[in-house]
Design a protein around this ligand. Structure first.
Ligand code: AGP
Length: 630
């Protein structure tokens, strides 16, 4: 998830508009920095040339660079703040990327799935690449088409026509913005599966990955549809499809204030990120399997022979990430038949663990900087284990010190309490498990393809839960005075119950405890008294029947003792109704994938209850987004 801004103003310049392209672009990037801050860059068109600057790190690094090496005054420009997916957060990998002899500049948000084959094609034509990014491939393709296919002729639509032809070749998710020195007063943009909004001004027009990019200048916005291209000048906005046919955008008035615009119109990053989850899961799945359903985890740079010899997996993580690991355990053991332990990082190296060259360490960390997990990974490496990092922050310490990495593509998670990263971590762990099953032959290709097809349906199912969040929100608001809430789950529902309890602890500062439903009668049932709220995560009745019937028995046990039972169950499960004060249904899905859905109502509940208590849900007391001390 990256921040993107484009601008074209009247050539009369700052005197007329009151600002230059650079002023607008930098202002927009500052507001969009929450979308990514691994690097930032700008390009302007002036005096028949493209001038660009880009720096790794936060926007402030780019500002310092611009102070040291100013750009010429210009009224056409683009800017980008990056959340790295392909290629680490370096100066080289920062956007914009240039092509056509430095006359074309391109910025990109998304993932080009077929960048590898396009790169081979362009290298065969003699194109040289300076970065590891998929974006530079898109820039080179666009430049090659503009120069060699269209002969650089700007009269016939020029850059717009080149963008149409390039988009016909690209697969995946992308928002692209391009400028060309030979067309100084034009920005051309395209979008597929990635956001792009046009800002309409007087004698100037804007582009942004969201309205934050230009909200200081106009509140007239046009949202682009799928597979559309927009060409903006100071006085015109022309929208077409990828084949040049005229198309329409949807105009609307932006009534958010600038600050809430950064939160997508939500009152908090926490709520925004809960609603980002369909995209977080979808982006994490994107580009990781081919059309035959074969997994292609090209960033998993570990010798397949070594992966085949793995006889034990140890997952290392803390907090929410550890619960993602616990979900992964069920899936990996079921699919791969490899014994899988899940260890709290801070406990791992003090228990004299059994680790050797046939042990695969899988660390899970949103930040990639959690000191407990980093130290545990280092310890395991000293014992000879191979290490894979599942991480959401490209170029952070843990993936850098691991033998391989599987990045989640949830985008920056600003709220301290983790939500979208959790679902993305589970998704990435499923992909790793399926990859191992594919490599070791535990699953037929068709079986893997079926599971991937089920996974591909998850984003829409999460969206359905979000679209019906009102009921669970009301329950959360009504329970602001609760003093304690218990969470029960069995099988993969057990880590979901643990995560639900953690969310409530973190956000509402309420005692909450998650435990295995089967453990109830071994002690915790003594906690049950009249009115005690108990969430129960019920497995699908379509799965192993024993699981479902046993959990329904658990509900009866607590209800008989006065508990207020709140049940998360699969649509169509009528059996739970008789024992539940409230039932929240989630769409049908295979048992092992259910955590991606069952977690969402628990997140919404915790957020609603904490909000009703008036707490800061983005920055809860005593917590840090990344715990970089042991
Ligand atoms: C999650 O809501 C918490 N903020 C915390 O448990 C977090 O998951 C844990 O500190 C691990 O962080 P990491 O994923 O960045 O390693």
């Amino acid at each position: 998830m990256c921040g993107i801004v484009g601008y074209v103003g009247r050539t009369s310049g700052r005197a007329d508009a009151g600002h230059t392209a650079l002023d607008v672009v930098l202002e927009g990037l500052r507001r969009l920095e929450y979308r990514g801050y691994d690097s930032a860059g700008v390009a302007v068109v002036a005096d028949g040339e493209i001038s660009s600057r880009k720096k790794s790190g936060k926007l402030s690094n780019l500002l310092a660079e611009l102070d040291a090496r100013p750009l010429p005054e210009a009224m056409t420009g683009i800017g980008h703040t990056r959340w790295a997916t392909h290629g680490g957060p370096t100066d080289q990998n920062a956007h914009p990327h240039l092509s056509d002899g430095g006359k074309l500049a391109l910025i990109h948000n998304g993932i080009i799935e077929n960048f590898a084959e396009l790169k081979l094609e362009l290298v065969a034509k003699g194109v040289e690449f300076a970065s590891e990014t998929d974006t530079e491939v898109a820039a080179a393709l666009l430049g090659d088409i503009f120069r060699n296919k269209l002969g650089g002729d700007v009269s016939d639509g020029g850059l717009t026509r080149a963008m149409e032809l390039a988009c016909q070749r690209l697969e995946g998710a992308f928002t692209l913005l391009a400028v060309h020195a030979d067309q100084p007063d034009v920005v051309v943009a395209a979008r597929r599966n990635s956001p792009l909004v046009v800002g309409l001004g007087e004698g100037e027009n804007f582009l942004g990955s969201d309205v934050s990019g230009f909200i200081d200048h106009t509140r007239r916005a046009v949202e682009l549809g799928q597979d559309q291209i927009v060409t903006i000048t100071a006085d015109s906005v022309a929208i077409t499809d990828f084949f040049g046919a005229p198309a329409e955008g949807k105009e609307y008035h932006v009534n958010w204030d600038p600050e809430s615009a950064e939160k997508g119109g939500f009152p908090s990053f926490m709520e925004k990120e809960i609603h980002d989850q369909p995209d977080a899961v979808g982006q994490t799945l994107l580009g990781r399997s081919d059309i035959h359903g074969k997994l292609t985890l090209d960033e998993l740079r570990i010798d397949p022979a070594l992966l085949k010899s793995v006889d034990k997996i140890i997952v290392l993580a803390c907090g929410t990430s550890a619960y993602a690991g616990q979900v992964a355990k069920y899936a990996i053991e079921h699919w791969c038949r490899i014994p899988t332990e899940v260890e709290l990082s801070h406990e791992f190296r003090y228990r004299d663990p059994i680790v050797d060259a046939n042990t695969l360490i899988v660390s899970i960390s949103q930040s990639g900087e959690t000191m407990d997990t980093l130290m545990a990974v280092r310890y395991a490496k000293e014992q000879g284990a191979k290490t894979v990092s599942i991480c959401n922050t490209n170029g952070s310490t843990i993936p850098r010190e691991s033998d391989a990495v599987l990045y989640t593509h949830a985008g920056p998670e600003i709220a301290v309490a983790s939500t979208k990263a959790f679902l993305a971590q589970i998704t990435a762990a499923y992909l790793l498990g399926l990859y191992l099953a594919q490599l070791r032959g535990n699953k037929f290709q068709g079986e893997i393809k079926d599971i991937l097809a089920d996974l591909a349906k998850i984003p829409a199912k999460i969206q359905r839960i979000l679209d019906n969040e009102g009921q669970i929100k009301e329950l959360g608001q009504s329970m602001a005075d609760a003093k304690s809430v218990l969470f029960l789950g069995r099988h993969v529902g057990f880590p979901v119950a643990m995560e639900g309890a953690l969310k409530l602890k973190e956000l509402a500062y309420i005692h909450a405890e998650g435990f295995a439903a089967g453990e109830l009668k071994h002690g915790p049932i003594a906690l049950i008294e009249e009115g005690q709220p108990v969430f129960v995560v019920v497995p699908s009745p379509r799965g192993r029947d024993s699981l479902h019937s046993k959990v329904v028995s658990n509900i009866q046990e607590v209800r008989a003792r006065g508990a207020k039972t709140i049940v998360i169950a699969e649509e169509g499960d009528e059996a739970v109704k008789a024992y539940a004060e409230h039932v929240f249904y989630i769409p049908e899905t295979p048992t092992l994938l259910a955590p991606l859905l069952a977690t969402v109502p628990l997140q919404i509940f915790a957020l609603a209850l904490a909000t009703a208590k008036g707490y800061d849900v983005d920055q809860p007391r005593n917590l840090a987004k990344s715990v970089t001390v042991e």
